[in-house]
Design a protein around this ligand. Structure first.
Ligand SMILES: [Zn+2]
Length: 338
């Protein structure tokens, strides 16, 4: 009985022990699993947090990038606007610069004129008549020179080269300078279609005549008168490449020290085909001259213009009566240019 009880007891103990061992193992397993779970939860939590932080960082960076991009665009826009403004300002500046340069040019011209006037000792209001004869010498030159001599008046002759091989014409050229008149260059042939075909053509004719005259008189002509006046647009008809020949010629004349002169009084002796009466010529000259203190008078010394030479004594008489003195054109005279 006791033995049975003991056996029963010991088998109970054995079971108990087994159970105890199982429980122990279970406890460790549960503990281990629990700790594992906790570790997993923590790791997951930690990683999620890290990912979120990284996401936030990326978003912030993206936002900053967007802002920078926007700023960049704004700056680019501003830059473009500034560039446009600068361009407008540049254009304005260029325009103003050109206007100022032009004004400067005009003022310099005016100063130059005033200097010349004072050089001439001209008191304000001193009246000077510059008689000019274009297209000679001709059959009328002798008569003109005789009148000038008789009246003790000096004039300017813008001559051409036509017929200069003729000894009579050569003698007239010499007489013009010997008697104190001025010789000016009116081109060799006066042929519009050639002289206004190019700058070189004009200058060739200018030089050609200058050489001929130099041989006869020993002096260089510095005064020039454009056939047709300095404002003629004949080159448009005769220059085939569309260049502004007049601007080119004027530039070249300036560089070479020539001075061109137009007129502010037109005798009208070449305005019409039919011959003007000497009375009409005198009236045209005097009526225009009285409006000018410095009257540069255009007349013609051509074979057909007989009435101009006939009108000359009366023109001189009336101008003297109105208080005019007479002089020759020089680079220092008042420049009348169209
Ligand atoms: Zn002429």
């Amino acid at each position: 009985m006791q033995q049975l009880a003991y056996t029963q007891n010991s088998s109970q103990t054995l079971r108990y022990r087994k159970l105890h061992r199982k429980m122990k193992a279970g406890f460790w397993l549960v503990l281990f699993l629990g700790l594992g779970m906790i570790a997993l939860i923590f790791t997951t939590y930690y990683l999620t947090k890290q990912v979120k932080a990284a996401e936030n960082k990326i978003n912030t960076t993206l936002n900053q990038y967007d802002e920078l991009l926007q700023e960049h665009n704004t700056l680019l826009q501003e830059y473009k606007e500034i560039q446009e403004q600068q361009e407008t300002l540049n254009q304005k500046f260029q325009l103003e610069k050109e206007t100022l340069l032009q004004e400067k040019e005009e003022l310099l011209k005016e100063v130059e004129n005033l200097k010349k006037q004072s050089l001439q000792g001209g008191k304000k209001g001193k009246k000077i008549a510059y008689l000019t004869f274009d297209d000679g010498p001709s059959a009328n030159t002798k008569k003109i020179l005789d009148t000038l001599q008789a009246e003790d008046v000096k004039a300017t002759f813008f001559v051409i080269g036509q017929g200069l091989k003729n000894e009579d014409k050569q003698a007239l050229i010499k007489r013009i300078t010997e008697e104190g008149h001025q010789l000016g260059n009116h081109t060799y042939t006066h042929n519009y279609s050639y002289i206004y075909s190019s700058k070189d053509a004009f200058l060739k004719e200018l030089n050609q005549l200058e050489e001929e005259i130099k041989k006869l008189t020993g002096t260089k002509m510095t005064m020039v008168r454009f056939p047709g006046g300095s404002n003629n647009k004949l080159y448009k008809k005769y220059n085939k490449s569309g260049e502004n020949v007049m601007v080119q010629i004027k530039e070249e004349l300036k560089q070479k020290g020539y001075v061109y002169v137009d007129w502010n009084v037109d005798s009208m002796d070449a305005k019409t085909k039919e011959l003007k009466s000497k009375e009409a010529i005198t009236k045209a000259v005097v009526s225009q001259a009285v409006k000018q203190d410095q009257a540069v008078i255009l007349m013609h010394d051509a074979q057909a213009k007989t009435t101009t030479a006939e009108a000359l004594p009366e023109i001189i008489r009336q101008l003297k009566e109105k208080g005019y003195e007479f002089d020759i054109l020089t680079p220092n005279s008042t420049q009348v240019q169209f």
